[in-house]
Ligand binder design. Sequence first.
Ligand code: GLU
Length: 325
Amino acid sequence: MKRHVFSTAAFSGAFIAAATFASPAVAQERYITIGTGGQTGVYYVVGQSVCRMVNRGSDEHNIRCNAPSTGGSVANVNGMKSGELDMGVVQSDVQYRAYHGESNFEEGAWEDMRAVFTMHGEPLTVVARADSGIEDISDFPGKRVNIGNPGSGQRNTMDVVMDAFGWDEDTFALASQLDAAEQAAALSDNNIDAMVYVVGHPNGSIQEATTTIDARLVSVTGEEIDGLIEEYPYYTRSVIPGGLYRGNDEDVETFGVAATFVSSTAVDEDIVYETVKAVFENFDRFKRLHPAFENLNEEDMISDGLTAPLHDGAARYYRERGWIE
Ligand code: GLU
């Protein structure tokens, strides 16, 4: 009996020793969260794709990545600032404003923001119901327009556009603030006349809008827009090619920004290093994950649209590859 008790104790002692021995490995497992956007946009696919590449190598680096849907660029900046997110996808204009503390980041410049790489182009995309009478953004006054949820990048850009035209929310019959993923249904249900989305193409949201009803991508032009392109370094002229969506065979002129991938000084150099390494070491595979990634190339991705300094972990990898000094 005594012997039995003793051996049980020895057994549980061994078990505890094994558990203790195993715990350093468990503790080394690191989790990263990437902020994206609505599920029918492209940011969601960016986050999912980066995580897919990172998680392929989890056995080696012990990093596990997840990329939930969020309110968009501004929500991602705020999530990184509070430490809830480690990395995020952010419009290049939002990156600039957050880093410099402009627009709705007036509470202060976020100098700890770090650039990682740039992704696809994002034209400001206006989709209007064919029966709305909207042929250009200048037809917005008096219409029902979804100006976007406050955490989104399109809302941030729309605020600047509205300022340029001298509009405010009272200019419209309705200025709704629906999330990106809710816009297409609101357009088809005739609850709004137009939706605004700063987004890569093609994407699920605009596919949804143009297949369920007759809806048109309309141009975003005029001297107000010319003024914005002249004034701000991060705005460029942009064309959405015809033929991507049902009933929209013509090219549409607008202006746009770039989607950028950012992090913060609070995130370990090693984590960002492994993340960029996972993307660039599997780059062909990565580019096949969404048609908006097709034309990405390494050179532009590490130079265009980046306002914040490169994250040390990203710089280390780019230096190793000989892409930067
Ligand atoms: N540009 C949008 C934003 O910053 C998101 C676009 C997307 O999800 O692809 O909120």
